[in-house]
Design a protein around this ligand. Structure first.
Ligand code: NOJ
Length: 753
C-alpha cells in the first residue's frame, strides 16, 4: 500500500477516535452506554421520577400548584421521584436542592434545573419581539449567550426558551416573547437563540440546554385570547407553524421541546401523538425530550380529552410527552400504569433515555454542582460586558416609524425639551414581562437617558398609566379617570420647543395571560396626547410596548414616532442615543402594525383571495369603515440615512441555484445600516401561495454615498412548500422576486423555474 494512503487512513482513524471521544464523557464510555447502564439499574418508580418536574418554592409561573407542599416535594426528591425542578435559582438554592437528589436518593441522579430565561437573566435585554426587530442574528445569538452565562452562573442548566411560535395576532400577549409573524425570520432567529443558549459545547459550565416551545400552534389562539382554542389546517401547520421548530433541531440541535396548552386538530398538544411521535420524534428524528407546559397534562381533563389524572398520565406518556410539569400525573399514576399493562415500559424507557442523555451531555453526572459556584455567580451577574451588550442590543431593536422633515435626531443644543408621560420616568416597565430573575426598578428610564445628553429637559407625568400594584402575577389596574396631571403637562408643552411623549403599554400589559381586546394606547394616554397636541404639534412619540399598537391618530398627526418596545435594563440610554442621533436606527418591524384592532389577524404574507381588487369596488375584501391596508407593514423601518434600490438582476440558468443581486445605495450623507429583504411569489401552484414570502435578508452598513451589490441565492429550500399532507414539493412555473426595504416597498423581477 502506498505510504501516503496508509498515512491518510491512519489520520482518518485518529480523527474518528477523537470525534468519538467527544461523544464520550471523559472516561471513554459513550453517553448512550452510560444511559443504558444507568437505566438497567432503575426501578420503574425511579424511571418515572425522571419524568417528573416540580416547581420550586420561590416563584410560580402558572396557576398556584394545587398540591405538593415543600415537605412532600423534599421527600420525593430524596426518594428519586423528581428528575427536574423549575423556578429554583441561585447557587445556594440549587445546591441545596441538588444535594437532596444526589446525596439522598438511591441512585443519586442529579436533577436538571429549568427556568424561563427569556430575554437576559439578571441583565435584562430587550423583549424577544424587540430583539427580532434588529434582524441582527449575530446580536441576537450574543444576547442569548449572555443570558446563558448569567443563568448558568445562578445554578441553572436549562431554559424554557426560545418561544418560536409564529403569531399574527397582536391581541395575543405572548407576541412579546416570540420573533413575530414570519416563519422565515422566526426560524432564523430561533436558530440563533438556541445557538446562543447552548453554545458550542453543552458540557461547558456557561452553556444551558434550550427548549423550542410551544409545540405547536399556540400562537394561533382564537381571538388572540391566551390558552384559547386553535383551529387551523395542516397546510398552515406545515408551512407556517412547523418550520421554526424543525430548524431549531436541524440547524441548532435544540435539546428539548415544550408542548402546548392548546388543541391541534381537536387533540390537546400534550396528548397529541401526531405532533410528538409522528412529526417530532418520527419524521424529524428529534433525540431530545419533550416537557409538558405547566399543568397542560392535567388541563386535558378540562379540554374534555382525559377522564381524570390517571388518564392524563396514560395519554400524555403514550403521545410522547416525556416530562410532566406540575400536573402530578406521572408521579402518581405512571408506574402503576406500567404494572397494569396500560403503558408499555418501553415508552417509559424511551422518555428516560432522552432525559438522562441531556443530563449526561450537560455534564451533570461528572459534577452535579458544576453550575454551583458562588464566585462565578458573583463575578458574572450584571457583568459590565453584559450591560454593554444589552445597550447595543437595545439600540439595534429600535424602529423609526416616522420622521417627517427630519424632526429627529434632536440637536443637543435644542432648548426647552419637554418630556411627558409616566412611562418616561418608569424604571421597571422597560424590563418587560418574563423577567423572573430580574430585579425591580433597575432599568435606565427614558428620562434618565435623555438627561445625560441635555440639561434642557423638563418632565411632567401627565397621567398615571397603572394605579394598582404591578408585581407579577397580578392583573394591571389601568388609570381611566385621574386626569389631575394633565394641566401641568399641557402647561409644560406650551412653553417648550419640542415635546417627547413616552406612551404605550406597561411592561406587564403583554406576556402570558396578557391578551388585550384593544391594541391602542391604554388608559388616558390617547386623550393626553391629543390635549398636548392642541398646544404643541412638535411631538416626538416614543412608544413602549410589547405588541403592535394601532396608533393611527398619532401617525396622521405627529411628525416623529420611535418604536422603543420594552428594551430592558439599558432602555433609556439606547433611546437617548437614537433621539440625539448618536445611533442611527436600523430596526425593521417583525410584525405588521394594523390601523385598527378590527383588522387583526393581519400579516403581510396573506393569500390573494379570489377578489383581490381593484380597490374602490364594492365586491372585494375590504372594510367599509377603515382601510384594509396596515398602518406599518412587516419589515418596515426608517433610518436617518436614505437608501435606494436599483439594478435587480436574476440569473435562473441553474434552476437549483437562482442568483439574485441588487444594488443598494445610501443616498444620504450619513452612515447607516439597512436590512435588505428578499421576497418571492410563486404564481400558480397546487395549493395557493402567499402574495409575498420572505426568503432572505441581509443587514449591511453603508457610508454616505456608498453603494453595494447585495447577493442572494434561491434554492429548493426557499422555492418549495409543503402540501397539506406534509410532502415538500418544488413546482416549476413563474416566480416573482421582490427585493426592498420592507415588505411593501420593493423592486421586482421574475423568473421561470
Ligand atoms: C407556562 C408557559 O406557557 C411556559 O412558556 C413556561 O415556560 C412555563 N409556564 C414555565 O414557567
Amino acid at each position: 500500500m502506498n505510504k501516503w494512503l496508509v498515512f491518510s487512513l491512519g489520520l482518518f482513524l485518529l480523527v474518528l477516535i477523537a470525534c468519538n471521544q467527544t461523544e464520550n464523557n471523559h472516561n471513554g464510555t459513550s453517553i448512550d452506554d452510560k444511559v443504558e447502564s444507568l437505566l438497567s439499574k432503575m426501578s420503574i418508580e425511579e424511571k418515572v421520577g425522571q419524568m417528573n418536574q416540580y416547581n420550586g418554592f420561590y416563584d410560580v409561573t402558572g396557576p398556584a400548584p394545587s398540591e405538593g407542599d415543600a415537605k412532600n416535594k423534599y421527600e420525593h426528591i430524596k426518594s428519586g421521584l423528581v428528575g427536574s425542578m423549575l423556578n429554583v435559582r441561585g447557587v445556594k438554592n440549587v445546591r441545596e436542592m441538588q444535594s437532596l437528589a444526589v446525596d439522598s436518593s438511591r441512585l443519586g441522579i442529579p436533577m436538571i434545573f429549568g427556568f424561563d430565561v427569556i430575554h437576559g437573566h439578571k441583565t435584562l435585554s430587550p423583549i424577544p419581539l424587540a430583539e427580532a426587530a434588529s434582524w441582527d442574528l449575530e446580536a441576537i445569538e450574543k444576547s442569548a449567550r449572555i443570558a446563558a452565562i448569567e443563568a448558568s452562573a445562578e445554578g441553572l442548566n436549562w431554559t424554557f426558551a426560545p418561544m418560536v411560535d409564529i403569531s399574527r395576532d397582536a391581541r395575543w400577549g405572548r407576541v412579546m416573547e416570540g420573533a413575530g409573524e414570519d416563519t422565515y425570520l422566526g426560524s432564523r432567529i430561533g436558530v440563533a437563540r438556541v445557538k446562543g443558549f447552548q453554545g458550542d459545547d453543552l458540557s461547558a459550565v456557561n452553556t444551558i440546554a434550550a427548549c423550542a416551545k410551544h409545540f405547536a400552534a399556540y400562537g394561533f389562539a382564537e381571538g388572540g385570547r391566551d390558552y384559547n382554542t386553535v383551529d387551523l389546517g395542516t397546510a398552515t401547520l406545515y408551512n407556517v407553524v412547523f418550520p421554526p421548530f424543525k430548524a431549531a433541531i436541524e440547524e441548532a440541535d435544540v435539546k428539548t421541546f415544550m408542548n402546548a396548552f392548546n388543541i391541534v386538530n381537536g387533540i390537546p398538544a400534550t396528548g397529541n401523538s401526531f405532533l410528538m411521535r409522528d412529526i417530532l420524534k418520527g419524521e424529524w428524528g428529534f433525540e431530545g425530550y419533550v416537557i409538558s407546559d405547566w399543568s397542560s397534562g392535567e388541563e386535558m381533563i378540562d379540554h374534555g380529552f382525559a377522564r381524570d389524572t390517571a388518564h392524563v398520565a396514560q395519554l400524555a406518556a403514550m403521545a410522547g410527552s416525556d416530562m410532566d410539569m406540575e400536573s402530578y400525573a406521572y408521579v402518581k399514576y405512571l408506574a402503576q400504569h406500567v404494572k397494569d399493562g396500560k403503558v408499555p415500559e418501553s415508552i417509559i424507557d424511551d422518555a428516560v433515555r432522552r432525559i438522562l442523555k441531556v443530563k449526561f451531555e450537560l455534564g451533570l453526572f461528572d459534577d452535579p454542582y458544576k453550575y454551583c459556584d458562588e464566585a462565578r455567580e458573583k463575578k458574572l451577574i450584571y457583568h459590565e460586558d453584559h450591560m454593554d451588550a444589552a445597550r447595543e442590543m437595545a439600540k439595534k431593536s429600535i424602529v423609526l416609524l416616522k420622521n417627517e422633515n427630519n424632526t429627529l435626531p434632536l440637536s443637543i443644543d435644542q432648548k426647552k425639551i419637554a418630556v411627558i408621560g409616566t412611562l418616561a420616568a418608569d424604571k421597571d416597565s422597560p424590563l418587560g414581562n418574563w423577567r423572573m430573575a430580574g430585579d425591580d426598578n433597575v432599568a435606565v428610564s427614558v428620562l434618565e437617558g435623555l438627561k445625560k445628553y441635555s440639561s434642557n429637559i423638563t418632565y411632567a407625568e401627565g397621567a398615571k398609566l397603572v394605579t394598582g400594584p404591578t408585581a407579577f402575577p397580578i392583573e394591571l389596574e389601568v388609570n381611566e379617570t385621574d386626569r389631575s396631571g394633565f394641566k401641568e403637562a399641557i402647561k409644560l408643552a406650551k412653553r417648550s420647543e419640542v415635546v417627547i411623549m413616552v406612551l404605550g403599554e406597561h411592561g406587564l400589559h403583554s406576556g402570558e395571560a396578557r391578551s388585550r381586546v384593544d391594541i391602542d394606547l391604554p388608559g388616558l394616554q390617547q386623550e393626553l396626547l391629543e390635549e398636548v397636541y392642541k398646544v404643541n404639534k412638535n411631538i416626538v412619540l416614543v412608544l413602549n410596548n410589547g405588541r403592535p399598537l394601532a396608533i393611527t391618530w398619532a401617525d396622521e398627526h405627529l411628525p416623529a414616532i420611535v418604536e422603543a418596545w420594552q428594551l430592558g435594563i439599558q432602555a433609556g440610554n439606547a433611546i437617548a442615543e437614537v433621539i440625539f442621533g448618536d445611533y442611527n436606527p436600523s430596526g425593521k418591524l417583525p410584525m405588521t402594525f394594523p390601523r385598527h384592532v378590527g383588522q387583526v389577524p393581519m400579516y403581510y404574507n396573506y393569500f390573494n383571495t379570489g377578489r383581490p381588487g381593484p380597490d374602490g369596488e364594492l365586491f372585494y375584501p375590504h372594510y367599509m369603515d377603515e382601510s384594509h391596508l396596515p398602518l406599518y407593514p412587516f419589515g418596515y423601518g426608517l433610518s436617518y440615512s436614505e437608501f435606494e434600490y436599483s439594478n435587480l438582476t436574476l440569473d435562473a440558468s441553474n434552476k437549483k441555484e437562482i442568483k439574485v443581486s441588487v444594488e443598494v445605495k445610501n443616498v444620504s450623507e450619513r452612515v447607516g445600516e439597512e436590512v435588505v429583504q428578499l421576497y418571492i411569489r410563486d404564481h400558480v401552484a397546487s395549493i395557493v401561495r402567499p402574495v409575498k414570502e420572505l426568503k432572505g435578508f441581509k443587514k449591511i452598513a453603508l457610508a454616505g454615498g456608498q453603494s453595494k451589490i447585495v447577493e442572494f441565492v434561491l434554492t429548493d429550500n426557499e422555492l418549495g412548500f409543503y402540501m397539506p399532507d406534509g410532502e415538500y414539493v418544488v413546482e416549476p412555473g413563474q416566480f416573482d422576486v421582490m427585493v426592498g426595504t420592507s415588505s411593501a416597498e420593493v423592486i421586482k423581477g421574475e423568473f421561470e423555474l
